[in-house]
Design a protein around this ligand. Sequence first.
Ligand SMILES: NC(=O)c1ccc[n+]([C@@H]2O[C@H](COP(=O)([O-])OP(=O)(O)OC[C@H]3O[C@@H](n4cnc5c(N)ncnc54)[C@H](O)[C@@H]3O)[C@@H](O)[C@H]2O)c1
Length: 300
Amino acid sequence: MPLLSDRVAIVTGAGRGLGREEALALAAEGATVIVNDIGASLAGDGGDRSPADEVVRDIVKAGGKAVASYEDIASWDGARRTIELAYDTYGKLDILVNNAGVLRDRMSFNMSEDEFDLVMQVHCKGHFAMCRHAAARWREAAKSTGAVYGRVINTASEAGLLGSAGNSNYAMAKAAIAALTISIAREMGKYGVTSNFMAPRARTRMTESMPNNSMFAKPESGFDVFHPSWPAQLVVFLASEAAGDLNGQGFIVWGGEVDLVRGWHIVSKLETPGAGITAHDLIERKDELFGDQPRQPTYM
Ligand SMILES: NC(=O)c1ccc[n+]([C@@H]2O[C@H](COP(=O)([O-])OP(=O)(O)OC[C@H]3O[C@@H](n4cnc5c(N)ncnc54)[C@H](O)[C@@H]3O)[C@@H](O)[C@H]2O)c1
């Protein structure tokens, strides 16, 4: 029995890489898919319709249902029209996979305003605008039906969870996506909508463009641990009925491993009831606050 029969899904940036695999995997489980892709180069330029068209063709050839959308999800109206396409064509939306992304990597001291703005626009505004327009539709529907079936699956990155050198714009944007995911979870849970994020690792043109990327290389034989189809399986799971009790959660994923991650949390406290804590107090009691905790950025 397919996991997603009668479900309607949107995948943004689904013409290539991870989004393509997500669209194919959702369709293979019975979902009808809106394959959104602006057809951008890695740096965000251009407008090639063929990647989205080819994914639609592959889904239809395999017996599934899909339609292409070439909207720029980083624009408010482009995001709205993408959500409307699901309602106008199929009468509903059940699953929203926000995946579209671009890179403009540079050390912070060399980064231009345009490089900063584009990455914020596509990742932050793109994720937010899609969530915002879907949430409005779901809330409206829930008023008459009580609750809806809604799934938001956002795409963060380990860069956003841990910080990274050389792409602070991207790390900021991806951290914002983790926070957005939890905000949407808190706002929309009562209407039957869950919101979760994943931070994938996969071989795509994005990782192929990065320096020191040999870990992603396709092995000559055996298990292809970084094939982009593996994170897509987590997306299918989160989109399914079986994950209905998971809301506001985050995962790191690649072939052969899924990690559940938790965000910022209090690890130690200084408390001085009835009195303020001065800078001099902090100097004196620094070791009490930090104890054995690391004092420099660490890897998880
Ligand atoms: N590949 C990895 O290991 C990895 C790791 C962490 C996070 N991610 C994230 O996964 C997502 C997919 O990345 P990928 O590696 O498959 O990259 P990719 O470059 O192969 O695919 C991204 C797709 O998004 C599309 N796109 C870009 N801007 C768009 C816009 N404004 N509107 C609609 N479509 C747009 C592009 O045309 C492209 O087809 C991104 O959000 C990326 O940041 C990837």
